[in-house]
Design a protein around this ligand. Structure first.
Ligand SMILES: [Zn+2]
Length: 349
């Protein structure tokens, strides 16, 4: 799809395209609002049925300095003098597309800040009839029409271009049969302006505030899970199912660790109660283990203790060796094997 008007090459945006895809030609090229108006002035029927025509045919129509009657003769268009262009019953089945500020779609539509700001809400193309009365008179003067693309509850867009700088509109509660009626008093020039909403068409675009802030907050609590590892958070169902309530395994890469466990009485080097224990623990930097509760809880003598173990430099042939003292006994945990479980534990949100 071309992003420029096929006739005048103007960059197309939300603001300068005819609504409801009325500016789309047979080969899916598009034309801008002002080119559409030109076509409509030449031949309303052609404008109403643009998608039946190729761009060359439309160019030919516009290039001809002839009115609609001669167009019929030269390139065989059917011509009627006034054709309502707007009616298309399919339009009513449209759905509102929600577009957030600061998204790609927002930019794509040509939305921005200040004069490019489309307002927040359901956008409509609104047509206003504008006139003024000299103060003390009821004669309508300077009757003109203008349209904007705005939510219904917004004041007419750029109305000061018509009523003058420093003149402000207010909505009248009694809209006198119009969809909405605004008035503005220009004291200096002794004029009272009226802006009456005479038609509105949904554009099926609903604008909303940026969601950026929510996204940022989410990023802050985002946990970096290593590739190939599955996140299990504390207080989750999985956490419970894996038995991690039964002694904290630590946060990180969970491994199944096999220990040789023994103790020596203080002052002796004789190994007592040599047993093998297996449990799941998280490993940290340099493969350190910190939480041994899950290990010593399995031993009757230590299950109610609260122990901290130190990692020993001399490992006696084990991958790692940890040690602590309790009740005149020196306990040893020798790591024989560590197998990754591919479970990555982390705190709850
Ligand atoms: Zn154009």
């Amino acid at each position: 799809m071309s992003k420029n008007c096929i006739l005048c090459d103007k960059k197309l945006s939300f603001w300068n395209q005819p609504v409801f895809g009325k500016g789309i030609l047979k080969s899916h090229e598009r034309i801008c609002s002002s080119c559409f108006m030109k076509v409509n002035n030449k031949s309303p029927k052609t404008a109403a049925n643009l998608k039946r025509y190729e761009s060359t045919e439309i160019k030919e129509l516009l290039d001809s300095n002839k009115n609609t009657q001669t167009v019929k003769n030269s390139i065989g268009f059917q011509v009627t003098v006034t054709t309502p262009v707007e009616t298309d019953t399919k339009i009513d089945s449209g759905k509102w597309e929600i577009v957030h500020r600061k998204t790609q779609r927002w930019t794509e539509l040509g939305f921005g800040d200040n004069d490019k700001f489309p307002g927040y809400g359901k956008l409509y193309e609104r047509e206003f009839e504008v006139w003024y009365c000299d103060i003390g008179s009821k004669n309508r003067k300077g009757i003109q029409k203008f349209s904007d693309k705005y939510p219904l509850n917004y004041d007419p867009r750029d109305y000061q271009k018509i009523v003058g700088e420093g003149v402000y509109v207010e909505a009248l509660t009694n809209s006198r049969g119009y969809e909405a009626l605004y008035t503005a008093l220009d004291n200096k020039n002794r004029k009272r302006w009226y802006l009456a909403l005479i038609s509105k068409k949904p554009l099926w675009i609903e604008t909303e505030r940026a969601i950026e802030k929510e996204v940022e907050t989410k990023k802050k609590i985002e946990i970096k899970v290593p590739e190939g590892w599955n996140l299990v958070q504390n207080h989750s169902k999985e956490w419970k199912a894996l038995g991690y309530n039964n002694g904290f395994p630590g946060y990180g890469k969970i491994h199944e660790v096999t220990f040789d466990v023994w103790y020596c009485n203080v002052g002796s080097k004789e190994k007592n109660e040599l047993t093998e224990l297996k449990t799941e623990l998280a490993i940290y930097k340099d493969d350190n283990l910190y939480y041994f509760e899950r290990v010593y809880k399995q031993l009757n003598e230590l299950k109610d203790a609260h122990l901290n173990f130190d990692r020993l430099t001399r490992t006696n042939g084990y991958e790692q060796l940890y040690s602590t003292t309790s009740k005149k006994k020196r306990w040893y945990l020798g790591v024989k094997e560590m197998t990754p479980r591919y479970i990555f534990t982390a705190g709850a949100d």
